[in-house]
Write a protein that binds this ligand. Structure first.
Ligand SMILES: [Zn+2]
Length: 141
């Protein structure tokens, strides 16, 4: 499952984050150690973690508003991009985990390349077509 050693920057970010949570939120620190993950972001109805094997997992209220029960599962591709785009604001190194944009990839039609709708990258919501990348990843053929 684990594809070799974690990047040194990822080890550093994770250690810094665990040290912070050890001070301010011990249950969170223990949970992150248990799932072997870096906390990427949390918002109402969704949290995302980057695990040591490079997989992004999300905890989502998938059946809201019928239920506020959260499902813990691997992220879809778009959820993965979105979580990494948001988390890379705080830890720029995480952008390395996003797919490289091919030179001929057109800007996403829905968000015209910004990656966000109804505002900018601070106030808007992630574009559901490109996941915040600003261009649409084509499935491998
Ligand atoms: Zn878009």
């Amino acid at each position: 499952m684990i594809r070799g050693a974690m990047e040194p920057w990822l080890v550093r970010i994770r250690n810094e984050q665990l040290a912070t949570f050890d001070r301010i939120n011990q249950p969170m620190a223990e949970w992150l150690r248990a799932v072997d993950g870096l906390y990427l972001f949390g918002t109402i109805g969704m949290e995302a973690v980057l695990r040591a094997d490079g997989a992004v997992w999300v905890s989502r209220a998938d059946r809201w508003p019928e239920s506020d029960e959260h499902t813990w599962r691997p992220a879809t591709d778009l959820e993965r991009y979105g979580a990494l785009v948001i988390a890379s604001r705080r830890h720029a190194e995480l952008a390395q985990l996003l797919p490289p944009q091919p030179p001929d990839a057109p800007a996403c039609a829905r968000c015209t390349g910004s990656g966000f709708l109804f505002g900018d990258d601070q106030t808007g919501v992630l574009c559901p077509d490109c996941g915040g990348l600003g261009w649409v990843v084509q499935a491998a053929t």
